[in-house]
Design a protein around this ligand. Structure first.
Ligand code: HPA
Length: 247
């Protein structure tokens, strides 16, 4: 098992991660968001890639998801834990809970979303009924329980285009669709991992109530910033435990 961690907002670097060396990886699809770090986290070896770039300069819709997943695949990564800040839609998804979703609805558009784009004159379809790896989700949930971190183990993730946040009506529609949390980077990352046979799970943390939720006031960027700090602390703790369990 070779574990890759994709860091998101608030986790462009991981506090307790010791980088041993870095490598720039070029793929058929272009450059990954940043050089990957070969690193140690609580005695476990991991490969870390910040999806928004080293200085958090790449917005969600401009991330080269294919290059990122292809780079991790080239390096032999078999399992990806993908970290992401999200908004909470349904009542249980309060800031600053951790959420390990089990389903996705994809509302993104105009992103390079597949490796099977017909360029090699082949039409290929994959099963994506259950988009996240059950073993990784279990390990995340058991670690969160052991650390007594507030978390949810079932949730449907709404992937939105960004970079703007949603309207209250869009969130109401997503709730009707069955979505519990909302973020901008979960797709096509998850499906690209599946296309290459990499086990993938999301470790999301809620940084705000989605538009029109909570007390209905506008989404506060200051609140998001505050919750990014405490959420990423929780994620760092969780990662040490989950890696210990997996490796
Ligand atoms: N919407 C979309 N993406 C997000 C949000 C949100 O409310 N919060 C953090 N990422």
């Amino acid at each position: 098992m070779k574990i890759g961690i994709i860091g998101g907002s608030g986790l462009d670097s991981i506090g307790n991660l010791v980088a041993l060396h870095q490598k720039s990886v070029t793929t058929t699809y272009g450059e990954a968001s940043a050089p990957v770090s070969f690193a140690k986290l609580a005695e476990s070896e991991v490969i870390f890639l910040p999806r928004h770039g080293t200085t958090h300069s790449i917005p969600p819709h401009k991330i080269n998801y294919r290059a990122n997943i292809s780079a991790l695949h080239q390096l032999g990564v078999t399992h990806i834990i993908s970290i992401a800040a999200v908004g909470g839609i349904t009542e249980a998804m309060a800031p600053v809970k951790l959420v390990f979703p089990d389903q996705i609805i994809d509302y993104t558009y105009a992103r390079e979303h597949t490796f099977f784009d017909g360029t090699d004159n082949k039409v290929e379809h994959i099963d994506f009924s259950y988009p996240y790896d059950a073993g990784l989700r279990d390990a995340l949930a058991q670690s969160a329980t052991a650390l007594q971190l507030a978390h949810e183990t079932t949730a449907c993730y709404a992937a939105t285009q960004g970079p703007r946040l949603e309207t209250a009506a869009e969130i109401a529609r997503m709730e009707k669709d069955g979505c519990d949390i909302v973020g901008m980077t979960g797709m096509p990352e998850a499906v690209l991992a599946r296309e290459l046979g990499i086990a993938y799970a999301h470790c999301a943390f809620v940084v705000n109530w989605a538009a029109g939720k909570g007390d209905g006031s506008v989404v506060s960027m200051a609140e998001i910033e505050r919750n990014l700090v405490s959420g990423s602390e929780q994620v760092c703790n969780l990662l040490s435990t989950v890696l210990h369990k997996l490796t």
